[in-house]
Structures are given as structure tokens and as C-alpha cells.
Design a protein around this ligand. Structure first.
Ligand code: UT7
Length: 326
């Protein structure tokens, strides 16, 4: 019986437009040196005006399907993680379903901010193991530039756009060795977008006061992020019945190089096993992990049998980690 799940294809898409730290120096009071030293970011990608989240996700999805050798018509479920949907509804998953022609697929979105890919993977795991879905497309796609306050140097130097995807199928062998998810709603105010929902519907006032932009208390988040990421990562390793030294590649959420480094040190993973994309892509929320995963696979950094640790933290607050035997 195929009661386990396996990732059989990965894909990613980054918009063409590159925004460097030097470009940002012209927009806000910041410097390339500050951004590099405090975050590890050198440049990031920004979606074109005409590109919505589903457009990025569609490209990533098609690349993952190509690697998997599976046609869109075979896909029976599409799950999309995003905090920057094309619109409230229809879901971004429905737009991607239409774009790729996956006419036999159910489609819905999950929202767990930067932990979205791991929440999505856990959701897919349950549905595939339940036996009902056999060829699933999991996409994370974000256009954070569209909810960025370009006058707020505390956030605009971090946020970026991009999409990652994977194809999940049932398998005999156990590949997802462990996972854990968590949330702490009382810290929601540290990272959020105040307006546009039922609490504060869109109005002239909300637009004027930039309440449709992402707000973040970066410093407070930083401290929680290191602790929570390390705890989730260690729990996933322990529950997988392995040791930190067994991990071949650690792919943490790419929010800040200093957070990733501190977290790897706490877990006991050497820096050369931490896969980094933040220098070139910045923080793309739910997309950072699947983008990095796809790059690592395509660069040959992940081989069959390798043990991979994925570890994320973000708005909600939410977090999650998993160990995969590739
Ligand atoms: O995606 C998941 C959730 N997000 C995170 O986990 C993000 C976590 N937080 C961070 O990555 C960091 O806290 C930041 C990168 C956002 C900020 O770095 P920091 O080292 O925590 O800086 P800070 O907020 O403590 O600010 C230090 C100084 C302040 O100036 P004063 O008060 O010391 O004079 C800031 O005003 O740096 C100033 N500053 C900047 N200076 C130049 C803040 N942003 C900038 C900037 N350029 N862009």
C-alpha cells in the first residue's frame, strides 16, 4: 500500500526585475552595508506591475510538473500557500488551476505566512495519506512588493517576490520522516497587515494611512524566531529518530542570515550545510523554502536518500519544521 508521500518534482520562478541594495539607497535612508550586515541580502526580485501572485505560481508549478513528468490534467489537487493572493476570492489556487489547465483538480489556498509551505505540505500529506488524492501540486507564491510600504526602511529592504512548487504523490517508502507545526496567536501584532479584511475594511482612510501594507516589529520577532526555529527543528530531528549530524542540508526560512546562522548553531548543524538564497532573493515569505529546495535539487546539493531539514517561522505567529528523506 502506498500510504506515505514523496516529492517527485520541484520548480521555482523569480521575476526578472532585480532590485539591489544600491537601488534602495535611493528610495529610503539605508545603505548596502547595513542591509548586507544586518540581513545578508544583496538584491531581491520584484514582480512586474502586470504580474500577480498566480502568474508567478503558475510558472513555478509548470516547472515542477515538468520535472515530475506529470501533465496538468493528471493533477487532482492544487494547494497554494500565500499571504498575497491575487484577490480575496477566487483563491489563487483556482487561478493557477485555470492557467495550467488542471481541469481535474480541486483547488484551495492555505494561509500561514512564512510557514505556509510547511503548513501546506502537512495538509497535503494528510489528504494523500487518506487515499483520496494521488497527484498533488503544492505551490507557494508571494508578491510581497505589492503590500510593501516603500517608505518604511524596516521592511522594504527585506521583502521580495517569488514562487516555489512541488509535486507530491503517494509512495511505499517513508520520505516525510517527521513534521511539527505550531502557532502563537497572541503575537499576531508583531507581523501583520491591518486593513482590507472584515476588521478594518478598505476605505480612503486606510489607504491614506498605509494600512494595506505589511507592518513588522522586526527586533521583537528576531528573538522569538531564533528560539522557535531551533525548537521546531530539534523536535523534527528527534521525532525522525536521527541526530543533527545526519542532516545533509538545512533549508530554513530565509528571513535573515543572522537568524539562520544562530538557529543552525543551536540545533548543531554546521554553517556549510545551511542552504542560502537570501543574498539574491530576500524574504519571499512562504516561497523561500520551496525556491531554495528547487535550487538545491537542481544544483545537485540534494541526492536520493539525503536527510533534509526544512524549518520555517512567520506571521501568526506560526512555525513548522520537517525532516525529509529525499
Ligand atoms: O519572515 C519572518 C518574520 N520576519 C523576521 O523574522 C524578521 C526578523 N527581524 C530582522 O530580521 C531584524 O530585526 C531586522 C533586519 C528587521 C532589523 O535588524 P536589527 O538588527 O534588529 O535592527 P533594529 O531594528 O534593532 O534597528 C537597529 C538600528 C535602528 O537605529 P537606532 O535606533 O539604533 O539609531 C534602526 O532605526 O538600525 C536602524 N535601521 C536601519 N538602518 C539602515 C532599521 N532599518 C534600517 C535600514 N537601514 N533599512
Amino acid at each position: 500500500m502506498n500510504t506515505e508521500i514523496r516529492i517527485v518534482g520541484t520548480g521555482s520562478y523569480l521575476p526578472e526585475k532585480v532590485l539591489t541594495n544600491f537601488d534602495l539607497e535611493k528610495i529610503v535612508d539605508t545603505s548596502d552595508k547595513w542591509i548586507r550586515e544586518r540581513t545578508g541580502i544583496k538584491e531581491r526580485r520584484i514582480a512586474a506591475e502586470y504580474q500577480a501572485t498566480s502568474d508567478l505560481g503558475t510558472e513555478a508549478a509548470l516547472r515542477a510538473l515538468k520535472m515530475a513528468g506529470i501533465s496538468p490534467a493528471e493533477i487532482d489537487l492544487i494547494v497554494v500557500s500565500t499571504i498575497t493572493p491575487d484577490m480575496f476570492f477566487p483563491s489563487t489556487a483556482c487561478f493557477i488551476q485555470k492557467n495550467i489547465g488542471a481541469k481535474n483538480a480541486a483547488a484551495f489556498d492555505v494561509m500561514a505566512a512564512c510557514s505556509g509551505f510547511l503548513y501546506g505540505l502537512a495538509t497535503v500529506e494528510g489528504l494523500v495519506r487518506g487515499g483520496r488524492y494521488k497527484k498533488v501540486l503544492l505551490v507557494a507564491s508571494e508578491t510581497l512588493s505589492k503590500i510593501t510600504d516603500w517608505e518604511d526602511r524596516g521592511t522594504c529592504v527585506l521583502l521580495a517576490d517569488g514562487a516555489g512548487a512541488c509535486v507530491v504523490v503517494p509512495d511505499k517508502e517513508k520520505h516525510l520522516l517527521s513534521y511539527n507545526l505550531g502557532a502563537s496567536g497572541e503575537f499576531g501584532h508583531l507581523l501583520y497587515m491591518p486593513a482590507g479584511g472584515s476588521r478594518l475594511p478598505a476605505s480612503v482612510e486606510t489607504v491614506k494611512n498605509k494600512k494595506h501594507c505589511l507592518k513588522m516589529k522586526g527586533n521583537e520577532l528576531f528573538k522569538i524566531a531564533v528560539r522557535v526555529l531551533a525548537e521546531a527543528g530539534m523536535k523534527a530531528i528527534q521525532e525522525a529518530g536521527i541526530k543533527p549530524e545526519d542532516i545533509s542540508l538545512f533549508i530554513p526560512h530565509q528571513a535573515n542570515w543572522r537568524i539562520m546562522k544562530a538557529c543552525a548553531r543551536r540545533i548543531g548543524i554546521p554553517e556549510d550545510k545551511v542552504f542560502i538564497t537570501i543574498h539574491k532573493y530576500g524574504n519571499t515569505s512562504a516561497s523561500t523554502i520551496p525556491i531554495a529546495l528547487d535550487e538545491a535539487v537542481r544544483e545537485g546539493r540534494i541526492k536520493e536518500g539525503d536527510l533534509i531539514l526544512l524549518d520555517a517561522f512567520g506571521g501568526g505567529l506560526t512555525w513548522g519544521a520537517c525532516v525529509i528523506r529525499w
